[in-house]
Design a protein around this ligand. Structure first.
Ligand code: PEP
Ligand code: MG
Length: 761
């Protein structure tokens, strides 16, 4: 619409904004400013009445009016949800009525003298996503306000929000974007991803930008800023797609596609442009359009669309951050106190950027049990609660949080008694932990005298000490790719070697099993900009051994680093995601060639190299008769194995709880592999997350597993469980149950544990 058109929403709003700009810039008191605002709006919209209600002490108070009785100012109050004004604030919605009194929610307030007015239009004054007040107009004639007038009201409301929050006229919680309903203590539920308890303040991984200035000084300059922000955002999205930095699950691909769709959406950029035409700053224009979209979305109850809007919200925030120059994540800004981090989702590398001393917990809107970010958090000893809906709306930046993942909950803004009870429980948990620690020097010997080799999964330098603290028998899985994930560039051979040497030195006599890099899947490296990373389904794509054999430079460097680091020692090395024995043969050959090369250089060799294989791809189970004679040990990676057995993406939060590790399908499969390994005299261990859970571990040991490699925090609890277990009693029973399986093995096993005094939870 051309700007000279008197009906142009831009022009109507711009005229109002020009006046508002002067009012805001004046030295008058906030009350005087609001008194002037109602005059300006009333005149501009030819309305006898214009009123501003503000949220104070939990109620909407008439704060300024033109046209209603002045005696009603600061006297008339409406509860949230009461009357038209209360409804607008509660639902954050617009009302536009030609006959206000005919509306079922109309609440008559005699002191205002409003009975003479028929038409009514009101818009919420929004701070972040919640209403902090209402701006309304009324007219004697029954007429509906035009779309352009409503637009002008909404733009005015946005400017008012800046004035009101800045002047401290409303409840503090409301000004922080929390509706009064959400400002008290709240209990939010989620999915247990990494057990633990923590208290800290809420920090958003991607801090929300607060729009400070809404009225533009120079519209052309603002337009320019938005143009270049759009350009930059599109470049970022394209780069993400090209690098598959988002790589991982198909779900991430969906998000990326949606991002792309919105980033190039003409409608979105046009609406932002129109908002700038009306006189808003670039930031305010983006926020204004976002608010409008949110309001529309509230009226549409379509979960699929809601998900899409989530993506638009993310993108809108990204655009805001670019335009305002507030680019960093919370990690880059540094954590200043005990923190509970909040994010929609995180990559493992993003999590590792945080200061481990201050990061006490993580709350995710998404997340699943075996996603690598969860595994990394577990390795870092950071509790994680996943799948908590609406965190941005319900938690404010800086809120105190009590995270109790064991209870699947977080308490937001706790009262002092809640804090006390939390701290009491925390002390009890710590006491329990101390009891486990007292088992540190005790071996994991079971009732029948048999000893289980309990090792830890590790991957970060800081994990090495966990072995000693937990009294573990070694490292059963050292995920070498973690070093690649935390580096900004590909770690050179020397750096790799240094880390491996440190690990071996710390382990001393104890066994360490190095796994060659498992890159790909949800462990994409931003610096490997290979076109090949752009995959439909990276978990089943070019990852781990597949990538290593094709790009053997990477594997050669790692082989030399491992061989040099283990000079004079035993080197245990295993290969991830082997699907057929020839892949193992090729990898072993590559190592042997590198060993000979090191020897030719006159450098000392490991005393022994033991080659192992991970069983994560179900197809390999059909090759056991061929594979077992070739290998020194087998390690079952149940995280990947179960995702492939059930065809259920391990990173997909919707499937996180669908299939049970104790389902007969998994247990029977494992039993077959364990039996074959025993028959072939090949040591077999479990290194997936399953082995770290007590009931699951009980079943595994009942099936004959003698080696478990688990997350360090699980060592103590597992030892306590194992010391009460008699596998010679459970073994035959479990066998019989699996021969005639029932859907609910979990209940059967739990009942067995309870009957036999075995602590499993
Ligand atoms: C597994 O898949 O079970 C495993 C141990 O490897 P990762 O979790 O690193 O893929
Ligand atoms: Mg795996």
């Amino acid at each position: 619409m051309p700007e000279t058109d008197p009906n142009s929403p831009a022009l109507a709003a711009r005229n109002i904004l020009r006046s508002l700009h002067d009012i805001m810039a004046s030295r008058n008191s906030p009350q005087a400013k609001l008194n002037q605002v109602v005059q300006v709006i009333g005149e501009a919209l030819h309305s006898e009445v214009c009123s501003i209600y503000l949220l104070r002490d939990g109620a909407l108070e008439l704060y300024a009016t033109r046209g209603l009785n002045q005696e009603a100012v600061h006297v008339t109050k409406l509860a949230l949800g009461e009357g038209l004004v209360g409804k607008i604030a509660e639902n954050v919605e617009v009302l536009n009525l030609d006959e206000a009194m005919a509306h079922p929610d109309f609440a008559y307030k005699p002191e205002t003298g409003e009975e003479m007015f028929h038409s009514f239009a009101g818009v919420p004054i929004v701070r972040r996503e919640a209403a902090i007040g209402v701006l309304s107009v009324q007219h004697a004639d029954p007429r509906r306000y035009a779309e352009v007038e409503i637009e002008a009201l909404q733009t005015t409301a946005m400017v008012l929000s800046e004035l009101i929050a800045g002047a401290g006229l409303v409840d503090a919680a409301a000004a922080r974007g929390l509706s009064s309903r959400d400002s008290g203590p709240q209990e939010l539920k989620g999915l247990k991803l990494v057990d633990g308890m923590a208290m800290g303040v809420a920090v958003f991984h991607q801090p929300r930008v607060t729009v400070e200035h809404t009225v533009a000084e120079d519209t052309e300059a603002e337009r320019h800023r938005v143009y270049s922000a759009f350009r930059k955002m599109r470049e970022q999205i394209d780069a993400m797609a090209a690098q598959a930095e988002f790589g991982g699950s198909g779900e991430h691909q969906d998000v990326l596609d949606t991002y792309k769709m919105f980033a190039y959406d003409e409608g979105w950029s046009r609406r932002i442009n129109e908002a700038i035409d009306s006189g808003l700053t670039a930031e305010a224009a983006i926020e204004r359009v976002q608010q409008r979209t949110r309001m529309r979305m509230r009226q549409i109850q379509d979960p699929l669309l809601a998900e899409r809007m989530h993506d638009l919200e993310d993108l809108s925030n990204r655009l805001l951050r670019i335009v305002s120059g507030q680019l960093g994540t919370a990690a880059q800004m540094g954590l200043r106190q005990d923190t509970i981090l909040i994010a929609r989702n995180l990559g493992p590398a993003e999590l590792l950027e945080y200061d481990r001393r201050r990061l006490k917990g993580v709350i995710l809107e998404e997340g699943s049990l075996t996603a690598h970010v969860t595994i990394v958090a577990r390795a870092m000893g950071v509790p994680v609660l996943g799948r908590v809906p609406n965190v941005r709306r319900l938690i404010g930046e800086g809120d105190t949080l009590l995270l109790d993942v064991g209870a699947c909950q977080v308490i937001v803004r706790p009262t002092p008694p809640m804090e006390d009870s939390f701290l009491g429980k925390l002390a009890l948990t710590n006491k329990k932990r101390a009891e486990y620690a007292s088992l540190r020097d005790q071996p994991a010997v079971m009732k029948n005298g048999e000893r289980i080799k309990l090792m830890v999964n590790a991957g970060l330098r800081d994990d090495i000490g966990a072995m000693d603290i937990m009294g573990a028998d070694g490292i059963g899985l050292f995920r070498t790719e973690f070093q690649f994930l935390v580096s900004a560039t590909l770690p050179q051979r020397e750096r790799q070697q240094r880390l491996y040497r440190e690990v071996l030195d710390a382990a001393g006599e104890r066994e360490v099993v190095f796994r060659t890099v498992d890159i790909g899947g949800d462990k994409a490296l931003p610096y490997l900009r290979e076109e090949d990373h752009d995959e439909e389904n990276p978990a089943m794509g070019w990852r781990a051994i597949r990538l290593s054999l094709d790009r053997d430079g990477l594997m050669k460097a790692q082989a030399r680093a491992l061989i040099d680091a283990a000079a004079g020692n035993t080197l245990n090395v295993m290969f991830p995601m082997v699907s057929e024995p020839w892949e193992f043969d090729r990898a072993r050959e590559l190592f042997e060639t590198q060993k000979n090369w090191v020897l030719d250089q006159g450098r000392p060799l490991p005393a022994l190299i033991r080659y192992g294989c991970m069983l994560e791809v179900p197809a390999l189970a059909e090759w056991l008769d061929v594979l077992l004679p070739k290998i020194d040990f087998l390690s079952i990676g149940t995280n990947d194995l179960t995702q492939f057995l059930f065809a259920a993406d391990r990173a997909n939060p919707r499937l996180a709880e669908r299939y049970d590790w104790l389902s007969p399908a998994i247990l029977r499969f494992l039993r077959r592999v364990i039996r074959a390994s025993h028959a072939g005299d090949v040591p077999v261990s479990i290194c997936g997350e399953m082995g770290g859970r007590r009931l699951e571990a009980m079943a595994l040991v009942g099936m004959g597993v003698q080696r478990l490699s688990v997350t360090p925090a699980a060592v103590g609890p597992l030892k306590a469980m194992l010391r009460n277990l008699d596998p010679s009693d459970l073994g035959p029973k479990l066998d019989a149950w699996l021969d005639l399986p029932e859907h609910h093995m979990r209940e059967k096993l739990a009942a067995y544990a309870a009957e036999n005094g075995i602590i499993v939870d």
